[in-house]
Write a protein that binds this ligand. Structure first.
Ligand SMILES: C[S@@+](CC[C@H](N)C(=O)[O-])C[C@H]1O[C@@H](n2cnc3c(N)ncnc32)[C@H](O)[C@@H]1O
Length: 377
């Protein structure tokens, strides 16, 4: 059956329908999903990179109308930025390293998934493997090869496709549905609890985007955080062992007593900064101290929250210039961490443009070590 029939699209939309390059191959009806799951492939997607999707016909129909399927993709996505190369590192497998000195904020990579997989839990591993094999085999040879060359947890020949997916997966929300996304190039980035890069997944453009969060020297490893680096060592360690099968030996893990103590100090100061009652003793110095501790811990990619607190702490004592500066920085860090279209970015930009209109303006009369500011005293 042609895909347009399978998708049951309105007549006037048929012209725009996605030309799946292969007939969809479907499971039988899955009661819990009230649907079947099918493999859809567009081998010609983005200059022959290709993409396969294993999802419900309903979601495939929504995919078909996402902008990346309907418009010629802009330059930059799926192009090598020339900022990185890969190489094996002792005890870490293949890693991504900087080809030249990289500046904080620089774009490192932007790629679309080779494979997207519906996060159902109904199929058995062997059942899912059968469909993943079809999905991967329908990809163009270069994309299929890069999929198959990725690292594998189990090395079980019965479930190779599943193994690669499990060992390298990102999660992507597309049209309100969570999918596992396999993106070969950034899958080579190893973990560090003080990562020098941040990534976000943009479901609207189907893109995985990575930026440097501090300057990175030539031949230095480029790392991201697999586990929330703002949690204490014990939890990070457990998550990394259970989810990624390695024991983290990064600097923060090695110095875990000191780094845990710093996280506790950060938490105490942050709790104070979030206290907006008249009794609050939070100061702009507290906000600056949190920023400094984040920087010392190599957590630059997570500074959106501390800069936000600093923006409001300065606003609260009537320091317009510093408030605007930190609000702008909060927007910049958040755009790299979550993507430029998340609502918080516009909120911080709005505050930077008009600090006095922000609810925090003048909220705390005591800003600097208990002295009343002239403006509010
Ligand atoms: C997504 S892959 C990263 C690329 C991988 N090194 C490779 O060879 O393709 C995730 C796997 O890399 C390894 N890995 C990532 N970060 C690591 C680290 N900090 N220390 C040791 N191994 C790490 C673990 O085996 C982990 O399961």
């Amino acid at each position: 059956m042609p895909i347009v029939d399978a998708l049951n699209l309105d007549d006037d939309l048929l012209e725009d329908a996605v030309p799946w390059s292969h007939e969809p191959v479907c499971t039988s009806y899955i009661d819990e999903l009230e649907s079947e799951l099918c493999v859809y492939t567009i081998a010609s997607f983005d200059r022959g990179r290709g993409i396969s999707i294993f999802t419900t016909p309903r979601i495939a129909e929504e995919f078909a109308f996402l902008s990346p399927f309907r418009e010629v993709r802009g330059l930059g996505v799926n192009d090598h930025t020339n900022a990185w190369y890969t190489e094996a590192l002792p005890g870490k497998g293949i890693a991504m390293l900087a080809k030249h000195n990289v500046k904080s904020g620089e774009l490192l990579s932007a790629y679309t998934p080779a494979l997207l997989v519906h996060m159902d839990s109904q199929l058995s591993t062997l059942q899912r493997e059968k469909f993943l094999k079809i999905a991967v085999n329908q990809l163009p040879a270069a994309t299929r090869d890069s999929y198959l060359s990725l690292t594998k947890f189990y090395n079980n020949p019965m479930v190779v496709m599943h193994d690669v997916l499990k060992s390298n997966t990102f999660e992507m929300e597309i049209g309100g549905h969570m999918h596992l996304a396999l993106i070969p190039e950034p899958s080579r980035m190893n973990h560090d609890c003080a990562p020098n890069a941040q990534y976000y997944l943009d479901g609207a453009t189907l893109t995985h985007v990575v930026h440097a969060t501090r300057d990175i020297g030539q031949d230095e490893e480029i790392t991201i955080a697999y586990s929330d680096p703002l949690t204490h060592y014990e939890l990070r360690h457990r998550n990394l062992e259970a989810g990624y099968h390695f024991s983290c030996q990064c600097k923060r893990c090695q110095d875990h007593e000191a780094s845990d103590a710093i996280l506790t100090t950060i938490k105490t100061l942050t709790t104070g900064l979030e206290d907006w009652t008249p009794e609050s003793t939070a100061t702009t110095e507290d906000a600056e101290r949190v920023i400094q501790l984040f920087q010392e811990q190599g957590l630059e990619g997570f500074l959106d929250v501390p800069h936000g607190h600093a923006a409001m702490a300065y606003s609260a004592v009537g320091n317009l210039e510093e408030a605007a500066k930190h609000a702008k920085l909060a927007a910049e860090v958040l755009a790299i961490k979550m993507g430029p279209t998340v609502p918080g970015v516009a909120d911080w930009e709005e505050m930077a443009a008009d600090v006095k209109a922000h609810w925090s303006w003048g909220k705390r009369k005591r800003g600097f070590k208990g002295t009343f500011s002239k403006m509010f005293g």
